[in-house]
Ligand binder design. Structure first.
Ligand code: ADP
Length: 165
């Protein structure tokens, strides 16, 4: 059984993330979506909300795949989380050159910590490639339409969150 770990902040989950999840499901038998607590990033949504949004997004995907998808919050080192969930592969999405340098360093450091775990990079379908959670939040704060970038339920949650603040 091949287990993959797809880590991120998912603040909030976007159609870019969903596309990577679908692709990753073709490569592994079980995909663990690792939700980093990431307090430093000052997330818009707390951990529980991010997990809920991910569960809603994967409800649609899991009907169409044989892969088992699990959402797993984690606060420890990524490589330790991978060991905890028995993952042999870490899945990351690549958008642009801007992602590359950071990811390149992460692979080097993670390999030094545990050489048995490979990192695999996937690219989303062209129309989802430019999507970033950070920009989604910025567009929403400025009153823009985010429905092309995130699942419908997330559009509503972001609107509710902004109405409260
Ligand atoms: P992180 O804080 O780790 O960057 P994110 O939630 O922003 O967390 O992203 C999680 C993973 O998904 C990262 O590997 C990121 O590169 C990837 N990703 C995010 N958006 C996209 C996208 N539109 N296309 C491809 N990969 C993406």
């Amino acid at each position: 059984m091949r287990i993959g770990l797809y880590p991120g902040t998912f603040d909030p989950v976007t159609l870019g993330h969903a596309d990577i999840i679908k692709r990753a499901c073709g490569l592994v038998d079980r995909l663990v979506i690792g939700v980093a607590i990431n307090r430093d990033k000052g997330p818009m949504f707390n951990l529980e909300e991010r997990v809920e949004m991910l569960n809603e997004a994967i409800d649609e995907i899991s009907d169409k795949t044989h892969c088992e998808i699990i959402v797993h919050p984690f606060e420890n080192l990524l490589i330790d989380c991978a060991t905890d969930v028995d993952a042999t592969v870490i899945i990351r999405g690549l958008r642009a050159f801007s992602d590359f340098e950071y990811e390149y360093q992460m692979v080097g450091m993670n390999r030094a910590l545990n050489a048995d775990i490979e990192t695999v990079f996937l690219m989303a379908e062209a129309r989802y490639q430019a999507i970033a959670s950070r920009l989604v939040k910025e567009i929403a704060r400025l009153g823009g339409d985010i429905s092309k970038f995130v699942p419908d339920k997330v559009v509503k949650r972001v609107a509710r969150k902004l109405a409260k603040t």
